[in-house]
Design a protein around this ligand. Structure first.
Ligand code: CA
Length: 515
């Protein structure tokens, strides 16, 4: 096989090796470069002679400074790179290079479930919300029985999912930051794939009372003597109500109300919905040095297509945006959006400072094995998922996104926490991976895109789309971007199933990752 290397930007003075087995010492490239040592796939090779202290440039940006001399053709190992200072937050250009609106993609639709609140679901799921940890094991017990004994009678309903968590009791409910899990739980409970209406299970004595969780909504008590006609208002079952005698009676109450909701959900049918009803969350996990040249740019291309179709696209992961924020603030649609983005980065800087930690803690051993030397290199590849359109809005952790177009939704980078917080708004998820992760969520379909063909072949029944073909020249970023876009429309319409849904890979305790 011909030696292959990938250089992303004309200014780059390193490239990454693309051949799956890496390349041996003595390999000669067409441009005259000869490797001085074996370099594994996805790791960096020097394209020139470096003096100590010289910047190493990838994606046209400085990813570090070489702390030793290194001639051309050598492997740039992580310990040879000193981390540059992060972009200074008080000196960032804001709204200085706002991209022109992309040409609209007219008439893009999918077949979704129209909800009473105007949103549209990509799935039809009964959601059971819990207000406090104490009810979680009981609700889990009831859900197992509902899935086995009741759900099979309602073939148009995809699933029954309990939103359980470790929150809701008296501990520090007004503490700084407590608003984040509460609003995340509120928005997830009204998820578009739950038809916007939850069934609520409360204990009775908890601080996070149902009325506190949903202050603006009428709630129906399940203690009413007879079951009234179901409306859009959610039902609340309180386990401490005196009508409920014994565990069997408690479980029966949950199952009875679940059955009523399932009857209602089962009558729904998919209908044509505009693509503007889609809120697509982008995320990466287990990234490698290919992520930034294959799957993330392809997902970025798909993000642009979604924006052109009128959808909302979320990108997140504060820890991975921080070192690329100088590339994003110029794209902010206005001064306020730029400032909002900087606010989220400042929060992170202050959080690190409070704990005496530093941002070098992100990257993982897997990232490094995959050729990502540090967080700067990881960040530059990560933000490629955001495509090229203007940044229209910024949402805080767990906030509901209203805006259309490209939106930064602040979340940690940790996969399930990011996904959980994105679920406050998203009804479709794209997850890119280089090292591989069998990630999945219960509430929204997760489309997994691999950075390398070797991973897509090894995990043939976990990876939905192989973007590794971009590195070997078998496909372009545009080809794979369109493939992702079309697959997303099929998945949103229920015409195709992701591997994560095929295997029912889902976090068993969505709320466990709120804090
Ligand atoms: Ca992640």
């Amino acid at each position: 096989m011909e030696p292959l290397s990938v250089k992303v930007h004309s200014r780059d003075n390193v490239a990454i090796i693309a051949n799956p087995e890496g390349l041996p010492a003595g390999t000669a490239f067409r441009d005259g470069l000869t490797l001085a040592e074996h370099i594994p796939q996805s790791h960096k090779v020097t394209l020139k002679d470096f003096d100590a202290g010289e910047p190493v440039i990838r994606y046209g940006q400085v990813i570090g400074y070489l702390n030793r001399r290194l001639p051309a053709g050598w492997w740039v190992r992580e310990e040879m790179l000193d981390l540059p200072a992060p972009p200074p937050l008080d000196e960032l250009p804001i709204a200085t290079a706002v991209p022109d609106p992309l040409p609209p993609l007219e008439g893009c639709t999918f077949e979704g479930y129209r909800n009473p609140d105007g949103s549209a679901g990509t799935k039809n799921i009964l959601g059971i919300t819990t207000t406090v940890q104490c009810v979680a094991p009981t609700v889990d017990y009831a859900v197992r029985r509902i899935q086995n004994e009741i759900l099979p009678r309602f073939p148009n309903v995809d699933d029954v999912v309990a939103i359980t968590h470790t929150y809701g009791c008296g501990v520090a409910i007004d503490a700084p930051g407590a608003a984040v899990p509460i609003r995340t739980l509120r928005h997830i409970s009204r998820h578009a794939n739950f038809s916007g209406v939850p069934l609520i299970v409360s204990l009775g004595c908890e601080k996070l009372q149902p009325e506190r969780l949903f202050p603006d909504q009428r709630l129906l008590s399940a203690s009413l003597p007879s079951l009234p006609v179901l409306e859009d208002a959610p039902y609340v079952i309180r386990l401490q109500d005196t009508e409920l005698r014994g565990f069997g009676s408690i479980v029966a109450a949950i199952m009875r109300y679940a059955e009523k909701r399932l009857e209602e959900l089962d009558r729904r049918r998919r209908a044509i919905c505009p693509a503007s009803d889609l809120v697509v969350g982008m995320q990466c996990g287990g990234s490698d040095a290919f992520s930034g040249v294959t799957c993330n740019p392809a997902v970025g291309y798909a993000a642009d297509l979604l924006v052109r179709a009128g959808a909302t696209v979320l990108f997140s992961e504060v820890t991975e945006v921080r070192d690329a924020v100088h590339l994003l603030t110029p794209r902010a649609i206005n001064e306020q959006v730029g400032r909002d983005l900087i606010r989220e980065m400042k929060w992170y800087d202050e959080y690190l400072a409070r704990g005496g930690a530093d941002r070098a803690a992100n990257t993982t051993p897997g990232n490094k094995r995959g050729g990502l030397a540090n967080i700067v290199e990881k960040a530059l590849g990560s933000v490629a998922k955001a495509g090229s359109s203007a940044l229209m809005a910024v949402a805080g952790h767990g906030e509901k996104v209203i805006a259309k177009g490209l939106v930064f939704a602040a979340t940690p980078a940790s996969d399930f926490i990011c996904g959980t917080q994105q679920l406050a708004s998203m009804n479709l998820h794209v997850f890119t991976t280089g090292e591989g992760s069998p990630y999945g969520l219960a509430l929204a379909p997760v489309v997994k895109v691999s950075s390398r063909t070797a991973l897509a072949e090894r995990w043939y029944d976990l990876i939905d789309i192989d973007a590794g073909r971009i590195a070997t020249g078998q496909a372009t970023i545009e080809d794979v971007g369109w493939e992702i876009f079309r697959f997303l429309m099929d998945v949103a319409s229920g015409r195709k199933k992701t591997w994560a849904d095929h295997w029912r890979l889902r976090h068993p305790d969505l709320g466990g990752s709120f804090l």
